[in-house]
Design a binder for this molecule. Structure first.
Ligand code: ZN
Ligand code: ZN
Length: 196
């Protein structure tokens, strides 16, 4: 941040590719750890600190909520965060001390604030919040994914519109069919023995 200086209004834009941090996922989909995340961030000096305005694009991998086939896509998010200058503040090292929660009011006040750490600012929390909010709760392989056959579990997209199990509609028939299947298997086994 040294290049930026503290003259309010100074601005600088950086583009970089960084490996995705861990734990950027919901149950069904997320950003693979270490995947390339493209970040473009504009840093602007304001009177109390540095305002970071960023756009990030990250790849996504997961599975379809209906048919469980693998899904890959990507997500683009925007975020903005103000990083306060740390100097001149009594709580310069307060970030670590704050973990003991004796002073809850103070903790609530400080929760939302980020500070510049020397010349560094940590974009990860802002980026992480934006990505997690943007992840789909129910990712789909395609918008009209028909899901799985409730009878046999076959993906209906592959099985086609004619796929059905008429005879299994009544569970009593299903039980009979199971018996019949078992008999067939025995017979097949017996034939094998004779031939062998
Ligand atoms: Zn699907
Ligand atoms: Zn089926």
């Amino acid at each position: 941040m040294r290049q930026l200086g503290r003259q309010a209004g100074n601005a600088l834009t950086q583009t970089r590719t960084i490996p995705a941090p861990e734990d950027l996922h919901l149950e069904l989909i997320g950003v693979p750890v270490g995947a390339d995340v493209t970040l473009e961030v504009r840093f602007e000096a304001v009177s109390e600190g540095v305002l970071a305005t960023g756009t990030a694009t990250a790849p996504l991998a997961g599975e379809c909520a209906r048919c469980l086939t693998p899904v890959t896509s990507s997500v683009t998010v925007s975020f903005q965060e103000l990083y306060l200058y740390a100097d001149g503040r009594h709580d310069k090292q307060g970030k670590h001390d704050r973990h003991d929660r004796h002073d809850e009011e103070d903790e609530q006040d400080e929760q939302e604030l980020y500070h510049l750490n020397g010349d560094q600012l940590d974009l990860e929390p802002a980026f992480r919040d934006a990505v997690v909010l943007a992840l789909p709760m129910s990712p789909l392989c395609r918008e009209d994914c028909p899901g799985l056959c409730v009878e046999c579990g076959a993906p209906l997209a592959d099985a086609g519109p004619d796929h059905r199990h008429d005879e299994a509609a009544d569970p009593r028939w299903a039980a009979l069919k199971q018996l019949a299947d078992t008999k067939d298997n025995r017979r097949a086994g017996a034939i094998d023995l004779q031939e062998g």
